[in-house]
Design a protein around this ligand. Structure first.
Ligand SMILES: [Fe+2]
Length: 233
């Protein structure tokens, strides 16, 4: 599997993997955060390959791999083979399935807002009243980076869509050249004030970069970008 590395800040890089849906270049993204002790947390793991494994080792010591919501967990169980010391963290909805199916796996943990080993450096926030999605967001205080997954899309204008993929994009709520939210996400995230609160909080903390899983990363004028996301909620 090929991937493209994206630099976000001194301690955050992303890996963007191709994912095509009926000609629509949907893509998906992992975020790698380096903590002060050089340990790494990987959010939304993409499929592991030799090149990705080597790059992760170069960046630091992978300790935590995180499925941040119900949709971004597909390759997580492959990571312990490459990184035997890793601990896997699952969003609440996934955790109930994992705990039932594989209770013997010591490296499986439930993701939570408090009690995580990265608490001193990264704020973990649960998106309230959104069980269909079950998403957690992450804010790295040192580099002022907000990591979200499926809360919004941020696709570029030059998507080069066919008639079919343009229709699919429209159905999915993708607006090329603009930040957007799908109808599914609007339905899934019922508590608008809580959701706005996550983005407002990042702005108050001086957010410099905003990451989402599908579309572009924002590394300039992040506070203005946050305002656009909030306006959509
Ligand atoms: Fe997604």
């Amino acid at each position: 599997m090929s991937f493209v590395e994206e630099t976000v800040s001194e301690n955050v890089i992303c890996f963007k993997a191709e994912l095509e849906l009926l000609g629509l270049p949907f893509g998906t993204r992992s975020t790698l955060i380096r903590l002060a002790d050089q340990s790494l947390m990987l959010i939304s793991p993409i499929k592991i390959c030799d090149a990705l494994e080597a790059r992760i080792r170069e960046f630091g010591q992978l300790k935590y791999v995180i499925a941040p919501n119900k949709f971004h967990h597909l390759y997580i169980s492959r990571y312990p083979k490459a990184f035997p010391d890793v601990t896997l963290y699952y969003a609440s909805g996934l955790w109930s399935k994992v705990a039932t199916r594989a209770p013997q796996y010591k490296y499986h943990h439930k993701l939570a807002e408090k009690g995580m080993p990265w608490d001193k450096e990264v704020t973990t926030t649960y998106v309230q009243d959104a069980p269909m999605l079950d998403e957690f967001t992450f804010f790295l205080e040192r580099d002022k980076v907000l990591v979200t997954t499926d809360l919004f899309f941020n696709f570029p204008a030059n998507l080069n869509l066919t008639l079919t993929s343009r229709l699919l994009a429209k159905l999915m709520g993708i607006v090329p050249g603009a930040v957007s939210r799908s109808m599914l996400m609007k339905i899934a995230t019922k508590n608008k004030e809580a959701l706005k609160g996550i983005f407002l909080d990042s702005k108050e903390k001086g957010v410099k970069s905003v990451i989402c899983a599908h579309g572009n990363i924002t590394t300039e004028n992040a506070d203005e970008f946050i305002d656009r996301v909030i306006a959509l909620i």
